[in-house]
Design a binder for this molecule. Structure first.
Ligand code: BT5
Length: 335
């Protein structure tokens, strides 16, 4: 099942009208008259809206009333009332997909898709960095955003770090949950991973042609089950789910808040204002000041994490010498 922002204009019209009049009952005839569609069409749309998980009460002689919204992250729910200029104005929803990242990368060539969101209920082949697996059952938020950035290639490595800050801010604002940022791209709660970021970019002659940000958020997942699958995988250090801390907020609110925070941070990056991002990240970071062991594809370094640089590189003091590292995984050495 796939839905896009362009599908179902009739359904969206009926739904919007029900939403804006949810304190009263509207008869099929009212809806047909106001929206200028046949009564049969109204009935078909109501049936479909219900199938999508919205609760609609119907009373004889009175008509229909929208009781509650759906939990599905449908395109029109993402864009509805979204206060961004570009991000999330277009969206595609998949009930199941191999990886939203693969799909987004295919669509990224088209400049018109700048800001488009691909979101899935579950992924059958979710990807982490360096070809790793990302476990993506139903209950999580798995999305990719297509971007045609204007910022300089020298700060591209800061982008996933900045995105993690945006998501952590959104989690705090909508769910009132405090999270930590673990270099490079992880978000943790009490030291366990609740979200991860991944950037795939297409570069040409030292310019960013297009870029896809992949974001995996454990919104309401079975932590124990995922931990069982992951125990022996690289960069595994425990799994957290937002639902362990707050069960009352709908996932759509987090998605929208994230898109707003991300657009703001993206605008800062585009304006070259990286200092604000670095300050914000450092404040929420669990990494800076820690004794760490950092593993990259070819080296292992032990030292103290000092700061992140203008491009997101981690500066580590090793035997009193500072080293700049741009990628890798870290573990904290607790003394
Ligand atoms: C990441 O990689 O953290 C990037 C995750 C990006 C996932 C999103 S979902 C939407 C989009 N579409 C995709 O196909 N991917 C993106 P990395 O830092 O390399 O971490 C990978 C490691 O995290 C794995 O080796 C596991 O140990 C662990 N892991 C896998 N699934 C997890 C989960 N659901 N929760 C917590 N940890 C997980």
């Amino acid at each position: 099942m796939i839905y896009s922002s362009y599908d179902n204009p009739g359904l969206v019209k009926v739904l919007s009208f029900l939403k804006s009049h949810n304190t009263e009952y509207l008869s099929g005839q009212d809806l047909s008259d106001v929206l200028r569609i046949s009564r049969v069409a109204v009935w078909k749309h109501i049936k479909k809206i219900r199938e999508l998980g919205y609760k609609i009460e119907s009373k004889q002689k009175l008509g229909y009333r929208l009781e509650s919204s759906t939990d599905m992250l449908l395109p029109w729910e993402i864009s509805s009332g979204l206060k961004t200029k570009i991000f999330g104005k277009r969206a595609y929803y998949f009930d199941s997909i191999d990886s939203t990242q693969n799909q987004a990368m295919k669509m990224a060539l088209d400049e018109a898709n700048n800001g488009t969101v691909i979101i899935a209920e579950k992924q059958t082949d979710g990807k982490g960095r360096l070809g790793r697996k990302w476990i993506s059952p139903k209950g999580g938020i798995w999305l990719s955003i297509i971007l045609h950035p204007k910022f300089d290639i020298s700060v591209i490595t800061l982008f996933p770090i900045a995105s993690a800050l945006a998501l952590s801010n959104a989690i705090e604002k909508t769910l009132n949950i405090k999270s930590e940022l673990k270099w490079p791209n992880d978000i943790t709660i009490n030291g366990k991973k609740v979200a991860g970021m991944l950037v795939d970019a297409s570069l040409e002659s030292n310019k960013i042609e297009n870029m896809v940000l992949g974001v995996g958020i454990n919104f309401d997942v079975d932590v124990k089950q995922i931990e069982k699958i992951l125990r022996d995988t690289p960069n595994f250090y425990g799994v957290a789910s937002l639902s362990e801390h707050n069960k009352t907020v709908k996932p759509i609110l987090l998605v929208q808040s994230f898109l707003m925070e991300l657009e703001q941070i993206y605008n800062l990056l585009s304006a070259g204002d990286t200092k604000k991002i670095i300050r914000g990240w450092t404040k929420k970071s669990s990494t800076i000041g820690q004794n760490i062991e950092l593993t990259t594809e070819d080296v292992k370094i032990k030292g103290k994490a000092i700061k992140i640089d203008y491009d997101g590189a981690l500066v580590i003091s090793e035997n009193k010498k500072n080293r700049r590292i741009t990628s890798g995984d870290i573990t904290y050495i607790l003394k």
